[in-house]
Design a binder for this molecule. Structure first.
Ligand SMILES: [Zn+2]
Length: 323
């Protein structure tokens, strides 16, 4: 999985690139403005139409060239109401996007010099950008597999003992070939209903599905209207690969997640497990973009921004007082 050495030059984004592109808060603000309002064109709530907006010197706001109503590119984003400088936010996002294994709030604290509380908050906010609820898998062959997180039992899949409530099941589906993307969900259980429900939601009709021998997958072939073909590998008989019948791809993803969580986060509560899975999936699904994952992350800020931007009609201003 270590592709560090093989990232093509055009896909590299180094700390020098970062410092050149984002030397200060103004550069970050201008970038954010362009992501949300290319060319400064934004809807003016007073004019009731799209207007060109200009930067107000010395303040992080832009003003309608017709009526003067001000908007903030930070309003409605994770940066709103934050007293941390925009450049530190960008730097924290760069850090989070640039490591394969993820970084902790502690590392953000160390690298940026903010308090732990602030670092923790930034960390949570940045991670909230990483879920992809609308993602659809493509491709005609997928591997589906379940694993467990938490507790102390070892062994393949680490199946929990009955009554062992400490383990959280995780179900993953990965595309064979194509973009090779993954979807991973922390689930309440690994019952047939849960597994087949997830298959129906993410796996294209008529796909071939590779799983292990867990009986809960029995219904895959019979999911109504989907026409799935099902191949299973008998791990219990110590058979891990039979021709193309294996689940090695998804298991590679599990080991990446587990190494990362074990090495970086140490312990993850069930509540936050899904957000960690989102983070790992986000990076995994962009592993061929080299270090340009940072660029994807910046795009997500704008994509997930709430629509409100005007700051002079009772909305709490993010950074500037209303005029
Ligand atoms: Zn206006």
């Amino acid at each position: 999985m270590d592709r560090r050495q093989t990232i093509p030059k055009e896909l590299r984004y180094t700390i020098n690139d970062f410092n050149t592109q984002f030397p200060d808060d103004d550069a970050c603000l201008e970038h954010l403005k362009e992501q949300r309002f290319p060319g400064g064109i934004a809807y003016c709530e007073k004019c009731k139409k799209e207007r060109k907006h200009y930067r107000i010197t010395g303040r992080p706001v832009y003003s309608c060239d017709h009526c003067g109503t001000q908007i903030s590119p930070m309003a409605g984003t994770i940066f709103e109401h934050s007293s941390t400088s925009l450049r530190l936010w960008y730097y924290a996002m760069y850090l989070m996007a640039s490591t394969r294994c993820g970084i902790s709030a502690k590392q953000i604290q160390r690298e940026t010099g903010v308090t732990y509380k602030t670092a923790w908050r930034m960390f949570r906010q940045i991670r909230s950008l990483l879920s992809e609820p609308d993602m659809q898998l493509e491709g005609s062959a997928v591997e589906m597999d379940e694993t467990y997180y938490g507790g102390v039992r070892k062994g393949r899949g680490g199946r929990p003992m009955r009554g062992d409530k400490k383990k959280t099941p995780i179900v993953g589906i990965v595309e064979r070939g194509g973009k090779g993307r993954v979807i991973a969900k922390a689930t309440p259980d690994v019952s047939g209903a849960t597994l087949l429900g997830m298959a129906r939601e993410y796996i294209l009709p008529k796909s071939t599905v590779f799983t292990d021998e867990l009986p809960a997958y029995d219904g895959i072939k019979h999911v109504k209207g989907m026409g799935y073909r099902h191949h299973r590998i008998k791990h219990s008989a110590k058979v891990y690969v039979r021709g193309n019948v294996h689940t090695n791809t998804i298991e590679g993803f599990w080991s990446l997640v587990k190494r990362g969580i074990g090495g970086v986060y140490h312990q993850v509560s069930q509540k936050y497990l899904q957000s960690y899975l989102n983070e790992y999936s986000f990076r995994y699904n962009r592993r061929d973009q080299g270090n340009l994952i940072f660029t994807s992350l910046l795009k997500r800020v704008a994509e997930l921004a709430a629509p409100h931007v005007a700051i002079d009609h009772g909305m709490k201003p993010a950074i500037a007082e209303p005029f």
